[in-house]
Design a protein around this ligand. Structure first.
Ligand code: PEP
Length: 247
């Protein structure tokens, strides 16, 4: 069985003092975690977080990466820049980027490709809106989103991490039921199996209001290989409880 991965997504939260306090609490509360752990921090804090996390069990992650290698792309951060700060993971295609920054499936696939080429593991987010779920389009939507990434990255698709994040569950306090999550994870696993003989190696995380109270049940489902955690990753005791639930 592959180790589960618990990744925090700090989003646009934090500050020098708050980051230090949060990481100190997480690191001092971790007891040789039985799962992989990462925190995806805002890019300006890579330089602060890298030494705090060095040699520890928590990997550094980014919340996005440019699809371009280098050059005149104001505001973007390249995969080489991530590597300079020891970044291991980069979230791509988070629904907030799709929604507020107009990112489409093709761009998300290019970002995943660029991350892989640069030696950073993309955490590829897929998920349906409430309207799409109510129209019974969940499977079609998540398969379309993942298909774009498989199409461009077929040869190394077993190197990605996938995060199923129903848009209606992100930051809303509404969580997919374990059965709803399990069903979609099963669909994604089958799609990966059709693309690679190593599909079982791909971690499929659940994200969407996962918290200290519901993590254990979600993480016990087949094909749920970890969590992408927003709000609860900003509270050390909650994040530590989720990590313990993944053991
Ligand atoms: C996320 O931002 O990826 C997320 C899952 O957020 P939350 O846990 O706050 O719903």
């Amino acid at each position: 069985m592959t180790k589960k991965l618990i990744a925090g997504n700090w989003k646009m939260n934090g500050g020098l003092a708050a980051n230090q306090a949060l990481l100190n609490s997480i690191l001092s509360g971790l007891r040789g975690p039985a799962c992989d752990v990462a925190v995806c921090v805002p890019a300006p804090y890579f330089a602060q977080c890298q030494p705090l996390l060095a040699q520890g069990p928590v990997a550094l992650g980014a919340q996005d990466v440019s699809a371009h290698e280098t050059g005149a792309y104001t505001g973007e951060v390249s995969v080489a820049m991530l590597k300079d700060f020891g970044v291991r993971y980069a979230i791509v295609g988070h629904s907030e980027r799709r929604q507020y920054h107009g990112e489409n499936d093709a761009l998300v696939a290019s970002k995943a490709q660029r991350a892989l080429a640069g030696g950073v593991t993309p955490i590829v987010c897929v998920g349906e809106t409430l309207a799409e779920r109510e129209a019974n389009r969940t499977e079609e939507v998540v398969k379309r989103q993942l298909a774009a990434v498989i199409h461009l990255n077929g040869h190394c698709i077993s190197e990605i991490v996938v995060a199923y994040e129903p848009v209606w569950a992100i930051g809303t306090g509404k969580t997919a039921t374990p059965e709803q999550a399990r069903d979609v994870h099963g669909v994604l696993r089958a799609q990966l199996k059709a693309a690679t003989p190593h599909a079982q190696r791909v971690k499929i995380l659940y994200g969407g209001s996962m918290n200290a109270g519901n993590a254990a049940q979600l993480l016990a489902q087949p094909d749920i290989d970890g969590g992408l955690i927003g709000g609860a990753s900003l509270k050390a005791p909650d994040f530590l409880t989720i990590i313990a639930s993944a053991a």
